[in-house]
Design a protein around this ligand. Sequence first.
Ligand code: HEM
Length: 424
Amino acid sequence: MTAKGHPKAITRLLLHLHPKKVNVQAIKFNRTFGLGGIAALLFVLLFISGMLLRFAYVPSVKGAYDSIVDLQENILFGSILRNLHYWSGMLLVVVSFLHVLRVFYSQSIYHERRKNWLYGLIIMFLVVFSNFTGYLLPWDQLAFWAVTIMTNMLSYIPFIGDALADMVRGGNEVSETTLLRFYHFHTGLLPLLMAFLLSVHFWLVRKSKGVTVQKMEEKQMVDTNPNLIYKEIFTALIVIVALLLFSMLVNAPLLEKANPLISPNPSKAPWYFMGFQELLLHIHPGFGIFVIPVLVTTFFIYIPNIKYPNLNVGQWFNSEKGKKLTILSLIFSLVLTIAVILTSEFFLDLRNWMPNIPVLISTGLLLLLLYFIPAAAFLFYLKSNQKAEKIDLVMALFTIIITAYIVMTIIGSLFRGEGMHLFA
Ligand code: HEM
């Protein structure tokens, strides 16, 4: 059967990605919010617009900035093309993140989907890394200093930090070698890797018989075409039109040409790394850049291996109680994170209060405990007073971590000014 009203080639391509029949529950919009599909569409848009941008872009310190200005001012539709690529890239970070929340909170990462969660974590890393390598390419003040800050942060990793930062930059400062390195990652290796991993990701979704549906939901199968295909084409059209309109109205940022001698005040990392920059304002870098990220990543990787007695695959928050406890955890983390940030900013001076104790302990371990002890007490309260089950506790911990990162990102991006002072 061929659908009328839209090109046959697109229908055929979409049909190849799907089975002939799909569960009627699986294609309801609020099952996935179309997030995985929108992310896939954004990847395709980025690929196409990126290929076109390559015709205009000059990957050298001398030529990069001028080539972007030339593209924006003198090439027909050049500005829209650049904006479309920029905003699609930013949106992909947001949509992929929301997709992670969707699969996590709808219990869609267990049993046969465990592997896809792990592939997904690598894809998320690649999405962010792709965005970050693209960030440098315009070679303006924003790009240069954001990448300088981020690569400097790498050097805080114990033992290998300096060598790693030098390897990423191709020297001890951001230079033409860094630009070339980022250019090749951004336009070559990363898109290739992502295309490969996304193919595996889609194949694993098919292998798990599509997206999760709840056990008790009626299992009525319907034809993929037109039931799912029409929804996908409709969503894709809305996303494309909205992105085009936005790209016509809002320009991607471009400051003056990079000047390694003058750093803007404040110098900020790209917004998705602002959580780290905020964290580093409070805690010892060994903890901020190494201990905490390693602990959190290990927890994320480990989650699907945990055995739960009452797991309701496909059910949002696992149960009504799970939903209530997740909201409670969100509020708790919101309050605790803001309280710890304000305390550390305005009251604590651990380094000077304990001059004889190594800074790794005073500004590292002690500060971590300031957050960790109330969080552990809260989880204990959920378990003993609210009769939280193991799955509820895992969701609570995940929520606390994600909320803390979002709060730090917002505070770092919007509430810090000159000298990175709060409310400046
Ligand atoms: C560019 C990035 C990504 C694309 C294009 C993508 C695409 C998709 C699509 C199309 C689906 C099926 C429909 C849906 O759930 O919306 C899916 C499912 C899934 N994705 Fe992703 N994904 C991406 C990133 C991620 C990340 C970062 C994770 C986790 C860390 C992840 C984990 C999963 C899992 C576990 C499923 C199975 C869900 C289920 O069966 O209900 N994905 N993905």
